[in-house]
Write a protein that binds this ligand. Structure first.
Ligand code: COA
Length: 377
């Protein structure tokens, strides 16, 4: 067998697969359209971020109001969709599999020309889907728990509505702000696996909805979006602060992955984890989750000192959602509810400057076989 060429790259590490103006990991932070995530998460709401990602600039007041109104209109799900969601929720599937099927079905209810991948049409479809995403996640969650979905309230933000819909209880201003910040932090992230998936599907000039369904399938995995739920499972398994050190030592000795730790690109820490760690402390204290917060900090410190590995966005996000009263089965779907904004922006960009993705595989199998008649095999 020939030697594997140096250009072969398992995991495509450091491979530049496209150009993009949307987001990038820059120095020690993350930029959306040139603004740092620290600046954006402090000063902008999720609706503003969606506008920024899609349009390339921050909206003025009139633009934001008009855009939010359009986006919020699609929070009202079609009535014929509700029994479908109820049936999907009643299956035994993983929440992300339910979400995948639900979004795929929602696409079928769109009677417009969804095959039209022009900029104007893809933006129209993205508005329809991005506004509906939270209500779909919330309805699936409530049906799964034997509860009726809660209707959207016009004039309220996506963050407010989602918390109200999923919990059946209006959020405080502080809760709304924290959840809104979590949405902002998850909105886009350069060429991560699900975004790359969306761009690969888009590169075939497939339709917008297919691009997003492909991305959802990719986000589902525990090495990607599934890690936030896995962190909470890990905290439960550890049980208490007193057992943290032994758990981490065992993970290091036995080369077990500690969920929410490590990142392909950030080697000095993920800025989104730093923001969530700081913002979540007060809410965790109020929710009686201070010990869990301290456990995470201890895991973080130990992994950093022993392995040089730092937390990623998923490390603190699960605890934030728990403190907000969201159950862990909904964590990865709510990652998607934010990331749909970034996937959409990236798909617009892919369609605008397209070439089909078609890399090569280095063949390591045999090349000299001949077919034997079936009776002789
Ligand atoms: N716990 C323990 N060790 C880890 C680790 C973790 N979470 N993440 C990476 N490592 C170790 C690897 O075992 C490897 O060690 P080795 O060189 O001794 O074999 C080294 O760090 C490099 O890791 P690698 O798996 O090559 O990193 P990657 O770039 O391929 O993968 C992640 C990046 C994020 C998938 C990986 O860090 C991971 O699986 N993290 C846990 C899941 C997670 O939190 N995902 C959310 C991502 S936002």
């Amino acid at each position: 067998m020939a030697d594997i060429p140096e250009s072969a790259n398992k995991g495509l590490e450091n491979i530049v697969a496209c150009t993009s103006e949307i987001s990038t990991i820059f120095d020690v932070t993350l930029l959306y359209r040139g603004y740092t995530i620290e600046d954006l998460s402090e000063h902008c709401g999720f609706e503003e971020i969606v506008y920024l990602l899609w349009e390339g600039k921050l909206p003025n007041r009139a633009q934001l109001d008009a855009f939010s109104q359009d986006l919020h209109q699609s929070m009202n799900l079609p009535s014929e969709f509700m029994p479908v969601l109820e049936k999907i929720a009643a299956t035994q599937a993983h929440p992300m599999s339910k979400l995948r099927t639900a979004i795929s079905h929602y696409a079928l209810l769109d009677s417009s020309n969804v095959e039209d991948i022009s900029p104007a049409n893809t933006r129209k479809l993205a508005l329809r889907l991005t506004g509906a995403f939270g209500p779909i996640v919330a309805a699936l969650s409530r049906y799964e728990q034997g509860q009726k979905p809660v209707a959207a309230q016009p004039g309220k933000t996506i963050a407010w509505n989602f918390l109200n819909m999923v919990r059946g209880k209006a959020p405080t201003a502080e809760e709304e702000r924290l959840y809104d910040t979590a949405l902002v932090l998850h909105a886009d992230h350069e060429l991560n696996a699900s975004t790359f998936t969306a761009r690969v599907v888009a590169s075939t000039t497939s339709d917008y909805y297919s691009d997003i369904v492909g991305a959802i399938c990719s986000l589902k995995g525990p090495l990607h979006g599934g890690a936030n739920e896995a962190v909470m499972i890990m905290l439960k398994e550890i049980g208490s602060m007193a057992k943290v050190d032994a758990y981490v030592a065992d993970a290091i000795d036995n080369k077990k992955k500690v969920m929410g730790i490590g990142h392909r690109v950030y080697k000095n820490g993920d800025p989104r984890a730093r923001i969530l760690k700081e913002l979540s402390l007060e809410t965790c204290k109020k929710a009686g989750l201070e010990e869990q917060h301290r456990m995470l900090v201890r895991i973080q410190e130990t992994m950093e000192s022993k392995k040089g590995l730092m937390p990623n966005v998923d490390f603190f996000s699960g605890l934030v959602y728990t403190a907000l009263g969201i159950r862990s089965r909904d964590f990865t779907p709510i990652f998607a509810m934010s990331r749909v904004s970034g996937w959409s922006a990236q798909v617009f960009e892919q369609y605008a400057n397209n070439r089909i993705y078609r890399p090569r595989a280095f063949f390591t199998g045999p090349t000299n076989l001949k077919v034997k008649p079936i009776e002789q095999r």
